[in-house]
Ligand binder design. Structure first.
Ligand code: CDP
Ligand code: MG
Length: 247
């Protein structure tokens, strides 16, 4: 649980905001003057399928889910331009960070945002009808410019999903970290290894500092035990901006 004063939240500037050159506007709305919050981490991310699916795991099975995954990966707004498919991921820190950013973002549905809170960030979004193969409308997708964590618990999960410990300055880390003494962990094709496998990615080596909960989860997973999160939720951040998947 985070202290209120140093509370953190995750913001994603989504591909529709990037396409419409609203990045500066969003950063300005969320600036310390308006929000009372400070940057604790910031990066440009190519969103792999793994990261997108972990981030939106709670929406799996819903009618808008496949389209939502394509949207956050930039494949709706930049279908033919892989070099533009990215989001900006930001950790904000300060008193009541989660609620303050949600308030500035406004309601999820841009129509509701315009009705209930004209001027909020999401009031500049759009709602797009979704159709099946025959062209029948089956639902809608909300292109609402930014993601903002909904609760402090969700913020913790999402910050650990998107950011490595080393991407947040040492005195701004809101969650326990641990230095690994001797274990190695490698990831390849949905599997975890304790010794190097050709083609694998090293996610933890001696001397590395990692979220404590990630080290615990990797230990449990490597012993075949139930862990509090999936293997993908730990490793996705080590695979972003690496070789893109061909899909
Ligand atoms: O983003 P927020 O937490 O406000 O809403 P959510 O219910 O967690 O949904 C996540 C994202 O899915 C939204 O921000 C929308 O982009 C999208 N969504 C959608 O396209 N259609 C819906 N009926 C609900 C959500
Ligand atoms: Mg949500």
């Amino acid at each position: 649980m985070q202290s209120k004063e140093l509370e953190q939240t995750l913001v994603l500037i989504k591909p529709d905001a990037l396409k419409n050159s609203l990045t500066g506007y969003v950063l300005s709305q969320l600036s310390e003057f308006h929000s009372g919050l400070r940057f604790a981490g910031l990066k440009v991310v190519y969103v792999s399928r793994m990261l997108a699916e972990e981030h939106y795991a709670e929406h799996r099975g819903k009618v808008f889910y496949p389209s939502l995954i394509e949207y956050i990966r930039g494949r709706i707004h930049y279908p033919d331009a892989p070099h533009k498919q990215r989001v900006i991921a930001i950790v904000y820190q300060g008193p009541d960070a989660v609620k303050r950013v949600r308030d500035l973002a406004g309601p999820t549905n841009p129509h509701d945002a315009r009705q209930e809170k004209p001027g909020c960030i999401r009031s500049l979004g759009t709602v797009v009808p979704l159709t099946d193969a025959e062209g029948k409308i089956i639902g809608e997708r909300m292109d609402n410019l930014i993601h903002a964590s909904a609760t402090p618990e969700e913020a913790e999960h999402e910050i650990k999903l998107w950011f490595r410990t080393s991407e947040i300055p040492p005195f701004m880390r809101a969650f326990p970290v641990q230095q690994n003494e001797e274990v190695h962990f490698y990831y390849k094709d949905d599997k975890l290894y304790t010794q190097h496998e050709p083609g694998s990615t090293c996610v933890l080596a001696p001397g590395d500092v990692m979220w404590e909960s990630d080290i615990t989860a990797l230990g449990l997973i490597s012993e075949g035990k139930q862990a509090p999160c999936t293997l993908q939720a730990v490793v996705a951040k080590y695979l972003t901006n690496e070789t893109p998947e061909r899909q």
